[in-house]
Design a protein around this ligand. Sequence first.
Ligand SMILES: NC(=O)c1ccc[n+]([C@@H]2O[C@H](COP(=O)([O-])OP(=O)(O)OC[C@H]3O[C@@H](n4cnc5c(N)ncnc54)[C@H](OP(=O)(O)O)[C@@H]3O)[C@@H](O)[C@H]2O)c1
Length: 261
Amino acid sequence: MGEALIKGMLLSRSFSPEQLRASDKVPGRRKYISETYKIKVFKKNAEVVRNSDIIILAVKPQNLDEALKEVREGLTRDKLLISILAGITVGRLQGLLKRGARVIRTMPNAPALVQEGATVIYRGDKATEEDLQVAGRIFDSVGRTVVLQDESLMDAVTGLSGSGPAYVFIILEALSDGGVKMGLPREVATNLAVQTIAGAAKLARESRKHPGELKDMITSPGGTTIVGIKKLEEGGLRASLIEAVESATLRSKELSKGGKK
Ligand SMILES: NC(=O)c1ccc[n+]([C@@H]2O[C@H](COP(=O)([O-])OP(=O)(O)OC[C@H]3O[C@@H](n4cnc5c(N)ncnc54)[C@H](OP(=O)(O)O)[C@@H]3O)[C@@H](O)[C@H]2O)c1
């Protein structure tokens, strides 16, 4: 995810290589990142913090304590910390930092890898309006952003857009399986399924029509689509997706309270 952000920020041309720095413990990764993106890569996290105004924290939640311990001293009030860690609250981050630390919490998702991410941004109480705008510029470079003012909704965001790409991959695979079952070669079936999902999403985004209205547009009386829809309803697709988001949200809440890993 850290690399996706570097790539997106540079591709968007909103940021230049001279403005970005990174750190990695692994020498091979340092070489790869600096050669691929022409940015400065340090050995130590503390060096990045010393040389930057905005720090994006992109480690796994289980590495949070060790990573912040290394940078705590350097994270003074003139710097902004942006976290992408799932399930880690602003309060928890501030508790590990010096008093008054400016923190913004975000929840991006995997399509950020291809600049089509969905990121929700939440501003901690010490961060400023300008900090929020900076975070918006960063995450706009890897997709689209939404600002939320209620941190407790971040678990629902994790359940929907964070985990959501995995649900869509399953739908995609199942559509392809359906095509194969009816005789299409696998490659053709998968290509058709991918373009169908991408195209339907684009139509929903650009037309701004209600999904139900779009569905009605292609469901003619006595036709093929309505028969397919009846099967989806019988199989409980709609309820399954609602429950998937609900369960993932509850799991995110559990994890952020330090529940069973
Ligand atoms: N992937 C997603 O879809 C997604 C979506 C939203 C949010 N997130 C959040 O993004 C964060 C990163 O996820 P990811 O999928 O990108 O995981 P990842 O590929 O494992 O990236 C984490 C990176 O942090 C490095 N690291 C570990 N300890 C470190 C330390 N003390 N200092 C500096 N670097 C350290 C790891 O290096 P080593 O491999 O050498 O340990 C690894 O390169 C997570 O907190 C996750 O909750 C991910």
